[in-house]
Design a binder for this molecule. Structure first.
Ligand SMILES: Cc1cc2nc3c(=O)[nH]c(=O)nc-3n(C[C@H](O)[C@H](O)[C@H](O)COP(=O)(O)OP(=O)(O)OC[C@H]3O[C@@H](n4cnc5c(N)ncnc54)[C@H](O)[C@@H]3O)c2cc1C
Ligand code: SF4
Length: 561
């Protein structure tokens, strides 16, 4: 330690980075967390009180980028394929907040575990032409203790046994589920009548007092908003524990620009970063842990020209192919009360004989959909922008057909990994600091499209049975005329905030970027602790799994096992 600033420097303070800081400091390590965004989450001096800067303010969170990143300062670019030229659009592409806590404060925290099959999809179901499916080097049984640890660390409310498709678990959830949303009761009832299996979503939201934080009061501004009372299992808990050891520093507005290597090129010596004043600084550390999120970790590696002997950094980018099935009801659903989503169903992840027949008819050996969220539409400013101004506006807002009377199924469809789908560096767009912007090249595989077309009509039927007068289906990214989508809130780029797979994990250094312990094949003391390492996307929300893997990576690193 004599000439080092820390045992480990962690890049990014989201769910992955804050977990690593928590585990390493508990093991006695000195850790510095560098975070590009500002701090609105927790006082960084004792007694480390949660800050009181979050509010139910749609303008602040949705339009003024309170939690960052501001797309004017940090633009990204998108194209579907190389045939689109250098880019199709510039601005906001799959942005996850850039702030102390990363996407944790912003997310509404559905935190399901993956199933056993998800970790060996190639062995279980076989290859699909045009996709690079592979088995994970870690299996569910290896990860189960870390899943249990992640649920305790975040504080997950759920009901063991409620989901018939769930993998085995060694114990109950830390907390019981919170109250159901009214609309979810209607849609769950109709789904069950259709033979589906809705269940109360495991959520990282307190249903009782937990970890000195209060129970959720169902304020309704959950997805996309920081929680004003810190009832969410955002990384406030892990960062607070790490800070309380006295062995952790969190430095906001510290933008890491380079991973530094020694003369051999196989050991990291630390990182270079820009501080809030734009001054270049360096930190020396025995280990560097990247947890900048699957987009920014790849971008940092590509700008640093580190870790990429396989040529795979940034490749196999996956999202979830989102299918939105919307129903309009003749009565109010009170979607503004609740935690955005209280129910899920996983039937489409485990295709039955009819589903497999439909896959064959579409020329595929099999397909899988994804978990389906039963949710509300609850943003009043967005609604107001959809009604024309004039005398009818007030009445439209009062009767609220496009908010209080809508119910939405969102299917997070499994997105098969393809080498052409990737994050790379845009050849000419720069951010406000002069660094190359990241660019997404992404087009869904026909697997995703066929699964979406097959499962969406089932969901439309369920909504009609629940009482909807009308239903419509759309997808993200859209598959029809792009011009129709340019001015809609979702736009033409994929809107999923589940970003995975840009530094694939595996045993073979020629076919993967990091090993099974999260260590880069090329650089022995450089590790990754975010969803970059995912081998396949599965049809599940990613955060619990990335936190479980981050616990495992940090415990193996510190020798705690
Ligand atoms: C509205 C919304 C709802 C969501 N809902 C869910 C959900 O229900 N369930 C679920 O599983 N997931 C959900 N997600 C996704 C979830 O937020 C992410 O999976 C999760 O935050 C990823 O964690 P991470 O630690 O890997 O990365 P992030 O949370 O992205 O954190 C990375 C951090 O690194 C920082 N960083 C990046 N580059 C640098 C750099 N060069 N230098 C320094 N710092 C850097 C970033 O500023 C950021 O704070 C949701 C996301 C959003 C936006
Ligand atoms: S719904 Fe609950 S967890 Fe979500 S922001 Fe409101 S109080 Fe917090």
């Amino acid at each position: 330690m004599a000439d080092l600033d820390a045992d480990a420097v962690v890049v990014g303070s989201g769910p992955g980075g804050s977990t690593v800081a928590d585990v390493l400091t508990a093991a006695g390590w000195d850790v510095i967390v560098l975070e590009k965004g500002r701090n609105h989450l927790i006082d960084l001096e004792p007694p480390y009180r949660p800050k009181e800067e979050f509010s139910n303010d749609e303008l602040k969170f949705m339009h003024r980028h309170f939690l960052g990143p501001d797309p004017l300062l940090e633009p990204r670019t998108y194209r579907r394929t190389e045939a689109d030229g250098e880019r199709l659009l510039l601005g906001e592409v799959n942005n996850v907040p850039s702030t102390v806590g990363g996407g944790g404060p912003h997310a509404d925290g559905k935190l399901p575990r993956f199933r056993q099959e998800d970790f060996h999809l190639l062995s279980a179901r076989g290859p699909v032409e045009g996709a690079e499916i592979a088995d994970w080097p870690v299996q569910y049984d290896d990860l189960e203790p870390y899943y249990a640890g992640a649920e305790r660390l975040i504080g997950v409310a759920g009901e063991a046994g409620a989901n018939p498709f769930a993998a085995w678990r060694s114990g109950p959830y830390p907390m019981p589920p919170g109250p159901d949303m009214f609309g979810a009761r209607l849609s769950s009832g109709a789904a069950a009548r259709r033979g589906l299996h809705p269940y109360r979503a495991p959520t990282g939201i307190n249903s009782v007092v937990w970890d000195d934080r209060p129970a959720c009061n169902d304020c309704g501004f959950c997805a996309g908003f920081g929680c004003p009372i810190h009832a969410k299992g955002d990384p406030v808990s892990s960062l607070r524990r790490a800070l309380r050891t006295g062995r952790c520093q969190v430095r906001p507005e510290a933008y890491v620009t380079e991973v530094l290597l020694d003369a051999t090129g196989h050991r990291a010596t630390g990182v270079a970063y820009l501080d809030a004043a734009g001054e270049r600084r360096q930190l020396r550390a025995a280990h560097v842990v990247l947890a900048a999120g699957a987009f920014e970790t790849a971008r940092l590696l590509l700008t640093s020209e580190v870790g990429n002997s396989s040529g795979l950094v940034g490749r196999y980018l996956t999202f979830h192919f989102q299918t939105f099935v919307v129903g309009g009801f003749p009565f109010s659903l009170h979607g503004h009360r609740g935690r955005s989503v209280t129910h899920l169903q996983d039937d489409f992840i485990v295709p039955g004989p009819d589903d497999l027949r439909a896959a064959k008819a579409a020329g595929l050996p099999w397909f899988r959909g994804g978990t389906v969220e039963h949710g509300a539409a609850s943003l009043p400013v967005q609604e107001a922008k959809t009604y024309p101004p004039g005398p009818g506006h007030l009445e439209a807002m009062r009767s609220s057909p496009l908010r209080d009377k809508l119910w939405v199924f969102t299917m997070h469809g499994e997105d098969l990994p393809q080498a052409a789908n990737r994050v790379d560096l845009d050849p000419s767009v720069r951010d406000a600091w002069g660094r190359p912007a990241g660019r997404v090249t992404y087009a869904p595989h026909r697997h995703e499209l066929a699964a979406s077309r097959h499962f969406a009509p089932v969901l439309e039927d369920v909504l009609r049975d629940a009482g909807a007068d009308w239903t419509i289906t759309s997808t993200s990214p859209p598959q029809d005329d792009l011009a129709l989508h340019e001015r809609t809130p979702l736009g033409v780029a994929p809107a999923s905030r589940h970003v995975m797979g840009t530094c694939r994990m595996g045993q073979d250094p020629r076919a993967s970027v990091v090993g099974p312990e999260g260590r880069f094949h090329d650089v022995e003391n450089l590790l990754c602790a975010d969803s970059s390492v995912f081998v396949t996307s599965t049809g599940y929300n990613p955060t619990l799994t990335l936190v479980a893997l981050a616990i495992r990576t940090a415990r193996l690193l510190s020798g705690a096992g």
